[in-house]
Design a binder for this molecule. Structure first.
Ligand code: SAM
Length: 356
């Protein structure tokens, strides 16, 4: 964990579609959930199902300071002020609003945000490394600006598919994908620590090409929030927002916000000492950062703190693993996995879901 990568905010918006976790976990008001924080989006989205408790864990303290700030904004603000403060809507008074939130923040979070005036001023929603990378890649795509707008304005999925096949998916796109799939770039330029764990036999280009073709052919891009991040660098109308950013869910989340407990620790350590037994696990993409032995130990420890019939949902990006090889008590649901692999509106992931 010495890597500097794990001391800054890498994910700030929502790089996922929590509807998949909702289907896999089927939360009820009796459930205690263990959820990886990342941007905090999934922990907040899952609150809409009003579980008893969500322990939101990340070994990167910066990700948890972001979640703390978002929670403080739910506590202190109205929806309108919240949307302006985090950066969903324009605002010239974020620094003043931040002062209203400090009583709700820990001393460590205040110290962290005190050193990030630019992020506060710009709104924190798009401050992550990943969100900024997507925005910078979009600059490279400026010759395709008109084509992007055509795709985002297609009146039907059929028209969108036809634009994708006839205009988008040409040699320029394939060359671009080849460049961004190059592991040298991720290891040495972006310095993404996960790049070292991608198995040598795994063809990143083929995988990304297939998943992005799936996006272009099956999802209405103008309403898809992940497509907005990729093709516009932000959420803009008529995007269907992630659950926790929708106005209709604001009051429910505000009322239940006390149910989130934030833990800054590695899964492997926390699972050895947690006082809780969990009914559900939302473990998004930790395989990207877990060497095989750590992955094995994490799942073995998950099994030890899982209540009978506990559900799990693991998203995997480029490092594909099989949790059942480490936990004989775990049963994967192949039917649901196939469905989520097809329907998840963040399309770059695949799923391992099931019960203990
Ligand atoms: C790839 S991100 C998932 C981000 C997600 N796509 C989002 O939109 O928020 C995975 C997160 O898990 C955290 N993480 C990875 N391995 C972990 C571990 N073993 N223990 C605790 N946190 C971990 C990382 O710091 C990161 O914030």
């Amino acid at each position: 964990m010495a890597n500097r990568f794990f001391t800054k905010i890498n994910y700030s918006a929502s790089n996922e579609d929590s509807e998949s976790e909702q289907q896999a976990l089927q939360l009820t008001s009796n459930d205690t959930v263990l959820c990886i924080s990342g941007s905090g989006a999934r922990s907040l989205d899952l609150l809409v199902d009003t579980p008893k408790k969500i322990v939101s864990i990340d070994f990167n303290p910066a990700q948890n300071y972001l979640l703390e700030l978002k929670i403080a904004a739910y506590r202190a603000l109205s929806y309108k002020a919240f949307a302006r403060f985090i950066g969903l809507q324009p605002c010239g008074k974020r620094v003043a609003t931040y002062q209203q939130l400090t009583p709700f923040l820990s001393a460590q979070a205040q110290a962290f945000w005190g050193k990030q005036p630019k992020h506060i001023k710009n709104g924190v929603l798009y401050c992550g490394t990943w969100e900024r990378l997507l925005k910078n890649m979009l600059r490279l795509a400026s010759p395709r600006k008109k084509l992007i707008e055509q795709l985002m304005a297609a009146p039907s999925l059929e028209v969108q598919r036809s634009i994708w096949a006839k205009k988008w998916d040409n040699w320029v796109w394939r060359l671009y994908l080849k460049i961004i799939s190059n592991q040298f770039l991720w290891k040495y330029v972006v310095r993404e620590p996960g790049a070292r764990l991608i198995p040598t036999g795994f063809n990143v280009y083929d995988y990304m090409k297939a998943r992005l073709d799936h996006m272009g052919n099956n999802f209405d891009l103008k309403t898809n929030h992940y497509a907005h991040l990729m093709l516009r660098g932000k959420y803009s109308p008529p995007c269907v927002l992630p659950h926790h950013l929708r106005p209709e869910n604001f009051d429910l989340i505000k009322k239940n916000i006390h149910k989130i407990e934030i833990v800054t620790a590695s899964l492997i350590n926390y699972l050895a000492e947690t006082p809780y037994q969990f009914n559900a696990f939302s473990l998004s993409d930790f395989s990207s950062y877990a060497p095989p032995e750590a992955y094995q130990h994490i799942w073995q420890r998950v099994a030890r703190v899982a209540a009978p019939q506990a559900r799990f949902c693991e998203r995997q990006f480029l490092v594909k693993r099989n949790p059942e090889t480490h936990c004989p008590t775990l049963k994967r649901n192949a039917w649901l996995e196939k469905r989520l692999n097809e329907k998840d509106e963040a399309y770059i992931y695949t799923f391992c879901v099931g019960v203990f």
